[in-house]
Design a protein around this ligand. Structure first.
Ligand code: CUA
Length: 152
């Protein structure tokens, strides 16, 4: 029947869509593992060493945590350096106004909001250099707000 054909056509489209997304990230050697959100008070941001001095910390053999702060008009740390074949959990927040943390050409893309910590995990299989951009208008320097992610 037509109904069944439509159902099959819809499923093929959905599978194709998912396959495209999966292929897009695998081809770059980056796999998204998951994401969530947490909160942090602005005063805690300054008192929290990890965000006070944004950094990448090794937490396991191939596991890292990246504490990233977006602010007018930069990302910290810059560049973010991580070794290949690693799993990295990003904790991203903003110090002043709303920014975004968007790693060009990957699925890593989140709003960076004061008082909130966006969390996402990605796997980096291959060396590469990626540009980081801000996709939320944040002021006069928005268009120059850039950073780099190096997979070494
Ligand atoms: Cu920061 Cu636009």
């Amino acid at each position: 029947t037509y109904e069944k054909l439509w159902l099959i056509a819809a499923m093929v489209l959905i599978v194709g869509f998912i396959a495209t997304i999966t292929y897009g990230s695998v081809a770059l050697g980056i796999t998204m593992v998951g994401d969530q959100e947490d909160t942090i008070e602005p005063r805690e941001l300054s008192e929290d060493d990890r965000f006070g001095e944004p950094r990448v910390e090794q937490v396991g053999e191939n596991e890292y945590e990246a504490y990233v702060v977006a602010r007018t008009f930069m990302f910290q740390p810059d560049p973010i350096e991580i070794p290949e074949n690693s799993e990295v959990t990003f904790y991203v927040t903003a110090r002043d106004v709303i920014h975004s943390f968007s790693v060009a050409g990957t699925n890593i893309n989140t709003m960076a909001i004061p008082g909130e910590i966006a969390t996402m995990t990605a796997e980096f299989d291959e060396p590469g250099e990626y540009g980081i951009v801000c996709n939320e208008y944040c002021g006069s320097g928005h268009h120059n707000m850039e950073g780099e992610l190096h997979v070494l």
